[in-house]
Ligand binder design. Structure first.
Ligand code: C2E
Ligand code: CA
Ligand code: CA
Length: 669
């Protein structure tokens, strides 16, 4: 109980006791006063009457010095006291309260009557002095009346005494009862107040507990609503709030904001390969690494699966904004490349980042996010593991993407696609030994659109498998026609996107078309990228085995761009390695590229595969690759890709020479 409440309780009980005590004191005093005055009155009645009697007898005995008036005065005084007992009165000795008791009152009335009789007989005697000598009948009558009066007065005195005793007893009982009741009430009151206090204290405690648990719940709800449960970073909702806040501040202070949109490269691979638990662990570490790259005032947000956003607010001047964003993005790209030592495996990933600046690129938050996102997309397209700033050019590209996506649907329905062929030749015999099929889009407005302008878009909007199937059908039909015409060009290589390749009906579709066209499967090669093999390990092993049993050849396209580890190759039944053109373009300038190229070629040879170098543009490159033991080449050195009719003429022209002109292909000649 609080001291204030205790004090209040004591005060209450004290007040109760004081009021009981003062009531008892008052009652006691009243009783005493009554008692004193009543006893006094009864005594005074007797005393005055006796004095009157004595005086009267003196006068009657002949004492003339005494005055008869004195006798009457005594009698009147006795009667005054008797009257005072009936009606109440006051004199110098105090107050006289009227008696309530009916019996006593009638006794007093009788006393007064007796006094009256005494006075009247005394008066008779005084007037008839001669007949009232002592011993006369009047004298004895007076004595009798006086005697009766005295007896009555004594009786009154005794009764008054009794009544007062009774009242005193009553008073005592009432006092005891009152003290007892007030003691009980004090106990009950203190008990009640104590319990009430206890209850209040409990209530207060449970209220405090409830309010703290509500506070806790609110905190948790706030945490859930605004923070990502896996990484503990702010989520999209809080991000929008922070961005709006940053924009308001930047507008007021005329400062800049840099927005970094980060997407992890190959995260899906980690998730599929090692499971979601490892994926989650990786995301946590990624969030720590990103957070470590920024200042305490910057905001790092996880906005979805493997996408993060960083807000770098309050940067003075556009140039500083570019510098800061550059530095942070560069650091993030760098730290993401470092190995992640997880509980189980050690994982290697990278990141692609898009940067947009406020207010340079846009004054609107939503717009800014979109711009950073499209810049990130651009970073993906330029080989991942890098960052790109948003620019108008990028914006134009993203609009084009949207249009392309819309137009592609019509293109499939109306079959606006055509195929070009790009020859491969043997570096041993210089003879054409293959044709790669490359799709072209005959766009009604844009004209002929090359594949790199729409294949990526078709992949991201889920249209690629339809296109691949269309092209494969077209290509194999052409293959059949050339076969029937006796045109010998070796294998026909068809590009297959990873999305098409991993579709359940892929094998059935391929075998169906081959059968329909009645072609020898050995003259068909499917080009797939190495990422498909890594990401779909078991499934691919089976599919490749089935394709092998059908007789279809499989080439790994753009080899060297995907994964640094090449050991996986031995697990898959593939026939050809097509070394990516970036290694060819680079190797005479970059000694590292040359070493890698050498190793890739010898690895292919060791595994018994046909090695094809892509993007041969110069006789020097061709010469060099031949020296390194590469089997075949493909590139603009021989020709650019051509439509069916032109490539047919091209092949025929070269077949008539039977060999590819040494003059064209050897360096310094
Ligand atoms: P890719 O499979 O690597 O095809 C080779 C690309 O390199 C072709 O570009 C070709 O024109 C180009 N190229 C060949 N030799 C040289 C050279 O010496 N120098 C230079 N600078 N380029 C050379 P294209 O036709 O634009 O195709 C781009 C990519 O589009 C292809 O790369 C392939 O991945 C994809 N693609 C093409 N057709 C199809 C298709 O029917 N289906 C699928 N899924 N993808 C296709
Ligand atoms: Ca290819
Ligand atoms: Ca290629």
């Amino acid at each position: 109980m609080s001291p204030r409440r205790l004090y209040f309780l004591i005060l209450l009980i004290a007040l109760l006791l004081i009021s009981v005590m003062s009531f008892l004191f008052h009652q006691g005093e009243q009783l005493l006063l009554k008692r004193t005055s009543l006893i006094q009155a009864t005594e005074e009645i007797q005393l005055n009457a006796t004095a009157a009697h004595l005086w009267f007898e003196e006068i009657m005995s002949g004492d003339t010095s005494e005055s008869i008036d004195e006798v009457w005065r005594y009698i009147d005084l006795a009667d005054w006291y008797a009257k005072a007992m009936l009606e109440g009165a006051s004199n110098s000795e105090g107050n006289f309260y009227p008696l309530q008791n009916v019996e006593l009152r009638s006794e007093i009335i009788a006393v007064r009557q007796a006094l009256k009789s005494f006075k009247s007989i005394a008066q008779q005697r005084y007037i008839n002095l001669a007949e009232s000598i002592p011993g006369s009948s009047l004298d004895s009558q007076l004595d009798t009346v006086f005697h009766d009066f005295i007896q009555q007065a004594e009786r009154v005195q005794i009764q008054v005494q009794h009544q007062i005793d009774r009242e005193l007893r009553q008073y005592r009982y009432i006092s005891i009862a009152l003290i007892f009741i007030s003691a009980i009430m004090s106990i009950l009151l203190s008990n009640f107040l104590y319990n009430r206090e206890k209850h209040r204290a409990k209530l207060l405690e449970s209220l405090t507990q409830a309010s703290s648990s509500i506070e806790q719940k609110n905190k948790e709800l706030h945490q859930l609503a605004h923070y990502d449960s896996l990484t503990g970073l702010p989520n999209r909702i809080l991000f929008q709030d922070r961005l709006e806040h940053a924009i308001v501040h930047a507008t007021r202070t005329d400062s800049n904001i840099a927005l970094l949109f980060i997407d992890l490269d190959n995260f899906k691979y980690v998730n599929d390969q090692y499971g979601h638990q490892v994926g989650d662990e990786l995301l946590k570490l990624v969030s720590h690494r990103i957070t470590d790259c920024v200042r305490i005032d910057d905001t790092v947000v996880r906005i979805s699966g493997d996408e993060f956003v960083v807000i770098l607010p309050e940067i003075e001047g556009l140039n500083s904004a570019i510098t800061v964003a550059n530095k942070v993005a560069e650091t993030i790209v760098d730290v993401m490349q470092q190995p992640f030592y997880l509980a189980g495996p050690t994982v290697y990933i990278s990141s692609s980042i898009g940067v947009a600046l406020y207010p340079e690129d846009s004054g609107d938050g939503e717009e800014l996010i979109k711009l950073a996102d499209s810049a990130m997309y651009h970073a993906k397209e330029t080989g991942k593991n890098n960052f790109q700033f948003y620019s108008d050019e990028l914006n134009r590209q993203s609009l084009l993407r949207l249009e392309t996506e819309r137009d592609l649907r019509a293109a499939i329905e109306q079959d606006q696609f055509t195929i070009y062929f790009h020859p491969q030749w043997s570096l041993d015999s210089n003879q054409i030994n293959g044709l790669e099929v490359l799709v072209r889009w005959q766009h009604p407005i844009r004209g002929l659109v090359s594949s790199d302008q729409f294949i990526g878009i078709a992949e991201s909007c889920g249209l690629i498998d339809k296109i691949d199937f269309l092209i494969m059908t077209k290509a194999l039909k052409q293959h059949k026609l050339w076969q029937q015409a006796g045109l010998d060009f070796g294998v026909m290589a068809i590009n297959v996107s990873s999305i098409s390749f991993t579709r359940e009906d892929f094998f059935n579709n391929v075998s169906h078309i081959i059968k329909q066209c009645e072609l020898d499967a050995k003259t068909i090669e499917l080009e797939i990228t190495e990422s498909i093999l890594i990401e779909n390990d078991k499934y691919c092993q089976q599919l490749l085995a089935s394709l092998k049993s059908l007789g279809v050849r499989v080439a790994i396209d753009d080899f060297g761009t995907g994964y640094s580890s090449m050991a996986y190759l031995k697990n898959f039944e593939v026939d050809t390695l097509k070394i990516d053109q970036s290694f060819i373009a680079d190797f005479d300038k970059n000694s590292t590229s040359e070493i890698i190229l050498k190793n890739m070629i010898s690895l292919g040879i060791d595994l018994g595969l046909t090695v094809v170098a892509e993007g041969i543009e110069t006789p020097q490159q061709q010469h060099h690759l031949r020296e390194l033991g590469c089997h075949s080449a493909q590139g603009f050195l021989l020709t650019k890709p051509k439509p069916a009719a032109e490539i047919e003429q091209f092949i025929l022209a070269h077949q008539s020479n039977n060999v590819i002109s040494a003059k064209t292909f050897e360096p310094n000649q």
